[in-house]
Write a protein that binds this ligand. Structure first.
Ligand SMILES: Cc1cc2nc3c(=O)[nH]c(=O)nc-3n(C[C@H](O)[C@H](O)[C@H](O)COP(=O)(O)OP(=O)(O)OC[C@H]3O[C@@H](n4cnc5c(N)ncnc54)[C@H](O)[C@@H]3O)c2cc1C
Ligand code: SF4
Ligand code: SF4
Length: 371
């Protein structure tokens, strides 16, 4: 993995419009700040290498190196990554209620992980109006307050870095695939720091096809629902083709074409739909409202799921084979679109001496982009 410094991060990601606002470069030093969905560098910094660049999921992501570090083998390009098992899941009676996005699997698992002391803090994403508001909580009772999806790019990892600064060393993180790419890179100790300590004990990834730019969504909502509070956002599965915005008094159904211009450029070169570097990955369950798709990827994830099910925090059911085919097709399509775009832009496997957003074995690249 090639690591450069803040100047290269500024040039290749922030100035190039590829920043997804994940917060991985925030709270490492006084220079990077996040405000209402936008990350900015406040002052120039002349370091030649930096954690900011090393963690960023939008520059020099070497997929073979990352996969070797996380899964023990080079990146295969398989649509949904390495996994052990797949379930339908939802929060069980032990987890209590909440305004969950789908089945509440994520909230139930984070509550259980805190209560069983598997983690010492949970890095979650709440919201303040339409602005995502990350936070670190040590209380299982507070987890439901962060429930539901904020369909905006969020600086969640600023809360993780803040937790590290405050001494947390066993945090659980819920994040989108780009956020968990940054976390995976962070955990490989990319600067080979002799005092490195892994701050993360659990990662739960959310499926993600795209997110919206926070400022873009604020302006859009102000135009379409002036003065109204958006209480919940929901994207029904295809072929609906809409995003649903619920206000206190009405439900707006917006065609996806109308909000597509609000998707940041960084999402268009994102190859990961199912959070491949996580212990557990969770998405909506197509055709079964109130349930989640749950992918178990690691032994640690498996152990948490089994224990949570025994404690009735989680309810598990068999995953239908036809749903898995649809999921693989959607995930493969996302990979193909992302690598085709990156190839068009010249940001994958740049020539010697040039920098790239993504690096991957050329044979795997061919396989993923073949029709
Ligand atoms: C931007 C985005 C795009 C998504 N796209 C898809 C998709 O294409 N297909 C699909 O099946 N599922 C998608 N999801 C996931 C889906 O919306 C649900 O989050 C998932 O099914 C878990 O449901 P749940 O009921 O278990 O979650 P809950 O129990 O309600 O918990 C939701 C958790 O998500 C976290 N969270 C919310 N918003 C964000 C955010 N912006 N960034 C980081 N963490 C956040 C909160 O911390 C909370 O812990 C997306 C989610 C997001 C945030
Ligand atoms: S994508 Fe994340 S790490 Fe990269 S510049 Fe933006 S906020 Fe920082
Ligand atoms: S599409 Fe990729 S880059 Fe965009 S928010 Fe989702 S995971 Fe992040």
């Amino acid at each position: 993995m090639q690591v450069f410094g803040p100047s290269e991060l500024l040039e290749d990601v922030l100035n190039a419009g590829l920043c997804i606002g994940c917060g991985a470069c925030v709270n490492l030093c006084p220079y990077f700040r996040s405000y209402k969905g936008k990350t900015a560098m406040l002052f120039p910094c002349s370091r030649e290498t930096g954690r900011c660049h090393a963690f960023c999921p939008k520059t020099e992501v070497d997929l073979d190196a990352l996969s070797t570090a996380v899964c023990g083998s080079p990146y295969s390009g398989s649509p949904t990554g390495t996994y052990q098992q797949v379930f339908m899941a939802r929060a069980g009676e032990g987890a209590g209620n909440g305004d969950f996005q789908d089945g509440g699997t994520v909230s139930a698992l984070m509550k259980f992980a805190l209560e069983s002391n598997m983690i010492d803090g949970a890095v979650l994403t709440g919201r303040n109006g339409l602005v995502p508001a990350p936070g670190l909580t040590t209380s299982a009772r507070e987890v439901p307050a962060f429930a539901s999806s904020k369909y905006t790019a969020a600086p969640t990892l600023a809360a993780l870095n803040d937790g590290f600064n405050r001494g947390f060393r066993q945090m659980g993180v819920v994040g989108t695939p780009c956020q968990l790419t940054a976390v995976a890179q962070m955990r490989t100790n990319p600067l080979q720091d002799a005092n490195f300590a892994d701050p993360v004990a659990l990662t739960i990834g959310l499926f993600c096809t795209w997110a919206l730019d926070t400022r873009g969504l604020l302006a859009f909502a102000q135009k379409r629902a002036p003065g109204e509070q958006i209480r919940k956002m929901h994207v029904p599965p295809p072929p609906a083709g809409i995003i649903v915005l619920e206000t206190d008094t009405r439900t707006l159904e917006i065609p996806l074409e109308e909000i597509r211009p609000l998707v940041p450029a960084g999402c268009r070169i994102c190859p990961d739909m199912t959070a491949e570097w996580a212990d557990l990955s969770v998405g909506a369950m197509e055709g079964k409202a109130g349930w989640n798709t749950l992918i178990v990827r690691t032994a640690k994830g498996n152990s948490l799921v089994r224990k949570a099910a025994v404690a009735r925090y989680l309810e598990l059911a068999d995953f239908p084979r036809e749903n898995w085919k649809d999921l693989e097709t959607a995930a493969a399509d996302k990979k193909r679109r992302a690598f085709e775009k990156a190839r068009q832009d010249g940001t994958v496997n740049a020539e010697a001496g040039c920098r790239a957003a993504l690096r991957v074995d050329p044979r795997t690249l061919e396989k993923m982009t073949a029709d």
